[in-house]
Design a protein around this ligand. Sequence first.
Ligand SMILES: Nc1ncnc2c1ncn2[C@@H]1O[C@H](COP(=O)(O)OP(=O)(O)OP(=O)(O)O)[C@@H](O)[C@H]1O
Ligand SMILES: [Mg+2]
Length: 289
Amino acid sequence: MASDKIIENENLEKEDLEILSEEKIFQKPKKVPIKQRQNVIEIEGFNFYYNSGSKQALFDINMAIKENTVTAFIGPSGCGKSTLLRSINRMNDLVDNIAVDGKIVVHSKDIYEKGMDVVKLRTEVGMVFQKANPFPMSIYDNVAFGPRNQGISDKNILNQIVEDSLKKAALWDDVKDYLKDSALGLSGGQQQRLCIARAIAMRPKILLMDEPTSALDPIATLKVEELILKLKNEYTIVIVTHSMAQATRVSDYTAFFLHGELIEYDRTKKIFTNPKDQKTEDYISGRFG
Ligand SMILES: Nc1ncnc2c1ncn2[C@@H]1O[C@H](COP(=O)(O)OP(=O)(O)OP(=O)(O)O)[C@@H](O)[C@H]1O
Ligand SMILES: [Mg+2]
């Protein structure tokens, strides 16, 4: 068996070797059929209010998100996509005078329960924003920032985390010779991949992405989309997008929101070919929004 492997490897072309090394970085797709995967996020009767309760942004949201899948949140501007996304790692806590009721359970823990460690939650549930927001420091320091904050100071370990994270974010080849350069000198698409690397460096289990490609050109967008498809083997990803094409390219499930309500949530293919609700049909066919 072992010798077979060696002979096989000798016949590999350069291209195969690249794929091999990529496999070491990216995990292989899970064999478990999608329907049998575990729920990692469970949202139950969730309501969200801004302005001390005077503005309700989400109404009785119920949905479960399965592990190692990509879920797209779609819907017209102001329908509550970002509010729900930011509720999953309690990023909304940073907004004054908000209130919630109902539950969001992440890895079997109700994250709004008293005593929840929000810092730990945000480590497990990483976030990538619409506008790339690298810190004004070197590329290396951007990626090492989170792990250093967690108390990792060993240079070799940090080097390894930085390299792995940049590889997973498909940015390593672009920047490996410029790690000490300022992150602000990168292009928009590179900066967004750097922010993905920075999120990955924290070893999250879930990645939330709020319109991560809306400021990128088509080529940079494609790179990020390819990356999402690779990363879902290791992470559970929730992405907000205004692009129907993007939702169909990257997601397994799609949730359609309107005026703070979840109108329809199903396999992406079903939503885009045979939705149950007329409002979904109207939205995806471009009749409003
Ligand atoms: N900080 C805030 N204070 C008060 N109201 C807010 C705040 N942030 C959002 N809202 C309101 O909550 C509702 C949902 O907003 P949200 O940002 O979640 O929508 P969205 O679907 O992400 O829209 P877009 O596609 O434009 O990003 C909107 O009516 C918005 O005006
Ligand atoms: Mg938004």
